[in-house]
Design a protein around this ligand. Structure first.
Ligand SMILES: [Zn+2]
Length: 172
């Protein structure tokens, strides 16, 4: 069959009898079978009062488990990452503060590349940029997001000509 969605990972996929009919597959409800060109094509099963083409039992899993979760092991580095790059001293307090945290303190955190990069002081240039001397020699641009307007535009494009200090505003 074409133009159908079949997702094997889903618990249930449905079959359109209408689609089957178009492919000349008929449903013999007395025998509980699908036929093609008058011959047995598929033996249907009756499961939970549903006609089932193919049945694969789902592995049993508790829908509502009250069983406690197993303890979660990890090094300082692992817990630092798990907790969104939490400070090392705070990570060391996790086992007392949170149930189920098993912390391996054998290794210190050391240098975390993510923290090192994100916490590096920002270098801001103090050099005053020279003003452009010709119109459109340098144009500044801002993109500003606003709530959707009456015309469904939600972006403001702002251009500033550095020389003439002329503003151009467009929306989209
Ligand atoms: Zn980090």
């Amino acid at each position: 069959m074409a133009h159908v969605a079949y997702v094997p990972e889903f618990q249930t996929n449905t079959v359109s009898y209408h689609h089957l009919l178009k492919k000349d597959i008929h449903w013999d409800t007395q025998k509980g079978i699908l036929t093609f060109e008058g011959k047995l094509w598929c033996q249907l099963k009756d499961i939970d009062d549903q006609f089932v083409v193919e049945y694969q039992p789902v592995a049993a899993f508790p829908a509502d488990s009250h069983a406690p979760k197993p303890d979660s092991h990890g090094t300082i580095e692992r817990w630092h990452q798990r907790m969104g790059h939490l400070h090392e001293e705070a990570v060391k307090k996790l086992p007392q503060a949170v149930h189920g945290v098993i912390l391996d303190q054998s290794k210190p955190l050391g240098i975390c590349e993510v923290c090192r990069t994100s916490q590096a002081p920002q270098q801001i240039s103090r050099r005053t940029p020279e003003r452009a001397t010709q119109p459109f020699q340098r144009v500044h641009f801002d993109l500003i997001q606003l709530e959707e307007g009456y015309n469904h535009d939600c972006w403001v494009l702002h251009f500033l000509d550095d020389c003439a200090r002329f503003h151009f505003i467009y929306t989209m």
